[in-house]
Design a protein around this ligand. Structure first.
Ligand SMILES: [Zn+2]
Length: 377
C-alpha cells in the first residue's frame, strides 16, 4: 500500500507544497506539488517534511551506552529515532580490544538485520583508540597507534564506516593511505597535531574533523593548529551544536569556511535522562544543567538530540532552514557516500521527519516505517 504524507517538503530542488508518496518497499515513489519561495516555508498550520536526521557520532541515550554491547545499540537507535534521527553510526570509546569486541558484535548483527521502530544503524564510528594520549578529552587512557590487524578484526564484527585518529601519533600519518585504500574513512580528532600535520593528513586521504574545535589544537594567528587546518582546507567536519561545546560565533565562523560542515550529537547515555550519574565506556560521568562531565569538569559528550541541533542551528546560530536541513542530514549521507539517504527525492529511502512550525518532531519514518513518538502524542 502506498502511504501519502502532506506538507511542505524540503527537497534538493527547493521546497514543495504538496505530497510525498511512499512505495510499499519503503522508498519514495514521488513528490508532487508546487514550489514555494523560501520565506513561506515556516507558516502556521503546514507541517514541514525534512530528510530524516543522520547522526555520525552517537555514544548513547536513555541510560544506555554503545560500549555495553547486548541490546544497547538497538535501544539507543530507538530513543534517537523519537527525535527524528533515521540513521546513525554507533560510536565507540577508546578502550581495550576486548571491550571493543563486546560492543561491536551485536552492532554487526543489528546492521545486517535492521530493526523496526529504530533508526537504521549504518555501522561503527570508532572514536579512538588511535588518538593522542595527550588529547583524550573524556576518552579513557587506552590510546594506541593504528593497528591495521586490530581494525580488520573489528571490521569483521561490525562495519567500521569511520574512524577518528590523531595523525601526529607515530605511525598514524603513514597509516592513513593504507586505511583509505582498505576502504576506511579517516577523520582527524583528539589531536595535538600542528596545522602542517593537519594539512598533511588531508593530503594523505583524511576526509574530515571530529567535533571541530573540541579536543584539538586551537587556532592562534601565528600557530593555526588543527582548527586552522580545518578552517583553511576541510570540505567536511563535524560540529556539536549543543551551545556548550562550541560558541555560536565559532559555529558561524566554521560555516563560512567549511562547505559541508555537519552536525553530530556526541550524545551519551545521559541523553533524555534526569540529572545524575551515568557510564561513558569505562568512566563515570555526571549529568547536570544539560551538560555531561567527568569529575574534573571536562565535558564528556552531550545530551543533545538532532531535533534540538536543528533548532539551535536555525534559532540561535541563524542558519536558514533549508541549509540547516542539509547540515543535519544530507552532508552526513554524502560524507558516507550514500546517495539514497539524506534527501527527499524519488528512489531514496523514505527516511522522513515531520516537524511543526516550531521545529518540534511530530512524526518520523524510517525506510517508510512509522516510529512511535511519545512526546508528540
Ligand atoms: Zn564522542
Amino acid at each position: 500500500m502506498t502511504r501519502t504524507l502532506k506538507g511542505r517538503i524540503v527537497t534538493p530542488a527547493g521546497v514543495v507544497d504538496g505530497s510525498l508518496l511512499i512505495a510499499p518497499d519503503g522508498r519514495i515513489a514521488a513528490i508532487e506539488g508546487r514550489h514555494l519561495p523560501a520565506e513561506r516555508v515556516r507558516e502556521p498550520g503546514a507541517p514541514l517534511l525534512l530528510p530524516g536526521f543522520i547522526d555520525l557520532h552517537v555514544h548513547g541515550a536513555g541510560g544506555r551506552d554503545i560500549m555495553e554491547g547486548g541490546d544497547a545499540a538497538l535501544q539507543v537507535a530507538r530513543r534517537h529515532a523519537q527525535h527524528g534521527t533515521t540513521a546513525l553510526l554507533a560510536t565507540t570509546m577508546t578502550a581495550p580490544i576486548e571491550d571493543l569486541r563486546t560492543s561491536l558484535a551485536p552492532v554487526g548483527e543489528l546492521c545486517r538485520s535492521g530493526a523496526a521502530g529504530a533508526a537504521r544503524v549504518l555501522g561503527i564510528h570508532l572514536e579512538g583508540p588511535y588518538i593522542n594520549a595527550a588529547k583524550l578529552g573524556a576518552q579513557p587512557p587506552y590510546a594506541r597507534p593504528v593497528s591495521l590487524d586490530e581494525l580488520k578484526e573489528l571490521h569483521e564484527l561490525a562495519p567500521v564506516r569511520l574512524l577518528t585518529l590523531a595523525p601526529e601519533v607515530p605511525g598514524n600519518m603513514e597509516a592513513i593511505p593504507l586505511l583509505t585504500a582498505a576502504g576506511f574513512r579517516v577523520q582527524i580528532g583528539h589531536t595535538s597535531g600542528t596545522y602542517e600535520q593537519g594539512v598533511q593528513a588531508l593530503e594523505q586521504g583524511a576526509l574530515g574533523f571530529t567535533h571541530l574545535f573540541n579536543a584539538m589544537t586551537p587556532l592562534q594567528h601565528r600557530m593555526p593548529g588543527m582548527v586552522g587546518a580545518a578552517l583553511a582546507h576541510a570540505q567536511y567536519a563535524e560540529v556539536i551544536p549543543d551551545l556548550l561545546h562550541v560558541h555560536p560565533g565559532a559555529i558561524r565562523a566554521a560555516l563560512r569556511s567549511i562547505p559541508c560542515l555537519y552536525c553530530v550529537t556526541d550524545s551519551t547515555a545521559a541523553t533524555g535522562m534526569p540529572d545524575g550519574e551515568y557510564r561513558l565506556g569505562r568512566q563515570a560521568v555526571t549529568k547536570c544543567l544539560g551538560g555531561v562531565r567527568l569529575a574534573d569538569g571536562t565535558l564528556a559528550g552531550s545530551t543533545l538530540t538532532m531535533d534540538r541541533a536543528l533548532r539551535n542551528l536555525v534559532d540561535v546560530v541563524g542558519v536558514e532552514l533549508q541549509d540547516a536541513a542539509r547540515r543535519v542530514s544530507t552532508f552526513a549521507a554524502e560524507f558516507l557516500g550514500l546517495a539514497d539517504r539524506g534527501r527527499l527525492a524519488p528512489g531514496a529511502w523514505a527516511d522522513v521527519v515531520v516537524l511543526d512550525r516550531d521545529l518540534r518532531v511530530q512524526e518520523v519514518f524510517v525506510e517508510g516505517g512509522s516510529i512511535d513518538v511519545p512526546h508528540a502524542r
